[in-house]
Design a protein around this ligand. Structure first.
Ligand SMILES: *[C@@H]1O[C@H](CO)[C@@H](O)[C@H](O)[C@H]1NC(C)=O
Ligand SMILES: *[C@@H]1O[C@H](CO)[C@@H](O)[C@H](O)[C@H]1NC(C)=O
Ligand SMILES: *[C@@H]1O[C@H](CO)[C@@H](O)[C@H](O)[C@H]1NC(C)=O
Length: 645
């Protein structure tokens, strides 16, 4: 800390500068989110000769065509339905065009950055060069400042920057920019001896990655395995079979090697002891010792001794395995002991996506990964217990269906981070991968304390959408429940249980996708929410509580209350949309199994089919998802029922 103090003082050159006024041909390309810097209390101006590692992310070719391409393979009436792409076809389709590369290079050369200084990355996605702070500020009309993050790293970034208007269609984003870059080692070279610093640096709003389940309760009496009379108090495999009308596969069934179910886990681990206890009691057709195949990502390890078992992993596998058995489950156990612990990270899913699609890693600069070093883990990890290998890229083939019960709120991460990730979800959809995500457990709001007192936006009134849920190329699974005293034959209602309400609402970042537009229109028409609203995500400048033209969440729902699970050797009940996602993903895995058996493809991105076929669902018409001091939205007939019109 002493050394750092010296640097601050040495580099504090009086008042903070203001950027040079840009010419009228320039436009602001990126601007920091109004809420993003609220917890930052100390910034300072670095030395004007400081060399910055500039990276220009080029717009991928054809990304605007990608939604249509996805519909070609995912819309039920398309002639190309199910004709998924190979990974190589995806890379070829999206690499930046020559026009993009040439126009941006021309601008740099015209601005005095000689061609020899510019490197073009191997995957063609980035241009890189070194520039002095002065040069960068002149080029981008930006004002760079430095701050120190929680890990003691020095990060430089700016509030906004401009580029020439004609390049906006070619440039994705520039770093350092609104997105900061770690310049610790560069700053040390510039450190001059100095006095003592004043002030304290706090990190930018860091929010935790979260598992989506509510705390467990010990069961005083274990539900009887085949008994349907207690499904309102404890959900067992037979409750789900009756609710959703399916049977187990025969244990001797031949299953396709192309159809496993992958489940993402992070900082939460299953124990084989718990799986064995669960099978013995509630799924005796499954042999002791049967468990998910480990796809360890950047140091993730599983299983663990039962004393270390976690509630999320235990629930995920005890729900999914009995539905898909003898088809296999895969655990994507992600990140090492240092980064996976919640305090140490802000970003989420990028290292996982790198591991199942190598092209996501190379969506980045020369040898530096496309991850955000400020938000994502950096490998090799020199910390104690850190994973010492290189970042894993494309080492596992993605499973046909993937279930994710982790997430954050949209406000926790920059919009560019979420859009880049969302593009990747789309690319996985093109390759035939279905991804199911838990929609969140706090109704229309976030977790209390995330942003505001009650986890809501702005003044604590505006609804806070969940991340990565709002990406339109994922399938969001909300939670339903059997009301107390009711049975598996009664209609389920929206989950509401001791402070847990199914997450749902409308994105501030992503607009309504076509496949959903009719459903959203119906919903507003029928349920008539009485809250003021705004458009285009502009909650900062309105009195509205939600975005009227944002992507709606969730898409579907499945049971998520009072799930009977063995954790650490004890039988407990847990819940959350965390339960709903693996249930739904496991059922889609069964559909994939049947399709593969008759020579068809897996379903891939499944939303267009789901919205076109409401008749296969139970319509949940009762319940609300309170949050932000409101009752939230009310269930209404026909979220996926266009035929009601
Ligand atoms: C699995 O998929 C590959 C590639 O699509 C195909 O060649 C193979 O026949 C499939 N295997 C099975 C068992 O369906
Ligand atoms: C929302 O954005 C669209 C497209 O940029 C624009 O045409 C529309 O006027 C905006 N709506 C509002 C209410 O600002
Ligand atoms: C909705 O559910 C609540 C309890 O969960 C119940 O009291 C009420 O009667 C239900 N209403 C309808 C219309 O089913």
């Amino acid at each position: 800390m002493k050394e750092f103090s010296c640097i601050i003082t040495a580099l504090w050159l009086g008042s903070l500068g203001t950027a040079i006024k840009p010419p009228t041909t320039d436009v602001v390309h990126e601007q920091r989110h109004p809420d993003a810097s609220s917890t930052l209390i100390k910034r300072w101006k670095p030395h004007s000769g400081l060399q910055l590692p500039m990276r220009i992310g080029l717009k991928q070719n054809n990304i605007e065509k990608a939604p249509r391409w996805l519909m070609d393979v995912a819309h039920p009436t398309s002639k190309k339905y199910g004709k998924h792409w190979t990974a190589q076809e995806v890379i070829e389709a999206f690499k930046p065009s020559d026009e993009t590369v040439d126009s941006v290079k021309q601008w740099l050369e015209d601005s005095g950055i000689a061609e020899w200084r510019i490197t073009h990355s191997n995957n063609k996605a980035w241009l890189a060069f070194e520039a002095s702070l002065d040069e960068a500020e002149t080029l981008l009309h930006s004002d760079y400042l430095v701050y120190q993050n929680t890990n003691g790293r020095m990060i430089t970034d700016c509030e906004s920057y401009t580029i020439p208007q004609h390049l906006t269609k070619h440039i994705d984003y520039i770093t350092p920019g609104v997105k900061g870059v770690d310049i610790t080692s560069r700053l040390r070279h510039h450190a001059i001896k100095g006095g003592v610093s004043s002030g304290q640096v706090r990190p930018r709003g860091t929010k935790l990655g979260r598992r989506r389940f509510k705390p467990r309760k010990r069961l005083s009496t274990a539900p009887i395995p085949k008994d349907l009379s207690t499904c309102d108090k404890a959900i067992t495999p037979v409750c789900l079979q009756t609710l959703y009308q399916f049977e187990s596969l025969d244990t001797t069934s031949v299953v396709s090697s192309n159809n496993s179910l992958g489940i993402f886990e992070e900082a939460d681990y299953y124990s084989q002891v718990d799986l064995n206890l669960f099978y013995a009691k509630y799924a005796p057709h499954i042999s002791k010792g049967w468990g998910p195949e480990l796809n360890s990502i950047d140091g993730g390890e599983a299983p663990v001794p039962f004393t270390q078992a976690g509630g999320e992993s235990s629930m995920d596998f005890q729900l999914a395995i009995p539905i898909i058995y003898p088809q296999k489950a895969v655990v994507y156990q992600t990140d090492d002991g240092y980064y996976s612990t919640l305090e140490n990270k802000m970003g989420i899913f990028n290292t996982f996506l790198d591991a199942i699609d190598g092209s996501y890693c190379t969506y980045c600069s020369d040898g530096e990964c496309g991850n955000d070093p400020e938000l994502d883990p950096v490998y090799p990890d020199s910390h104690h217990n850190g994973y010492k290998g290189k970042l894993m890229c494309g080492v596992y083939k993605p499973t046909a269906a993937i279930s994710i019960s982790y997430g954050k709120q949209e406000q926790d991460l920059p919009a560019y981070y979420q859009k880049r990730q969302c593009n990747e979800f789309l690319k996985l959809g093109l390759q035939g991968v279905s991804i199911f995500v838990a929609s969140g457990d706090t109704g229309v709001g976030g977790i209390p304390g995330d942003g505001t007192r009650n986890g809501c936006l702005r003044n604590g009134k505006v609804f806070s959408p969940t991340q990565p849920n709002s990406c339109p190329w994922l399938t969001n699974v909300g939670a339903s429940m059997i009301p107390r005293g009711k049975t598996v034959n009664d209609p389920e209602v929206a989950a509401a249980s001791e402070g847990f309400y199914s997450g749902g609402g409308f994105s501030n970042i992503f607009p309504i996708p076509d496949y959903q537009s009719e459903a959203v229109e119906n919903f507003f028409e029928i349920s008539k929410p009485r809250y003021a609203y705004y458009h285009n995500g502009s909650y900062g400048s309105s009195n509205g509580l939600y975005n009227r033209n944002g992507r709606g969440i969730p898409d579907v729902a499945a049971n998520g209350v009072n799930i009977a699970v063995y954790v650490g050797g004890s039988l407990v009940t847990e819940g959350g949309t965390s339960a709903s996602a693996p249930i739904f993903a496991a059922l889609v895995t069964r559909i994939n199994e049947e399709r593969l058996k008759i020579g068809k493809s897996v379903v891939g991105f499944v939303n267009p089919v789901l919205y076109a076929h409401p008749e296969v669902f139970n319509d949940i018409v009762n319940g609300t998802n309170p949050g932000c001091d409101t009752q939230g939205f009310s269930c209404a007939p026909g979220w996926v029922s266009p035929y009601l019109k």
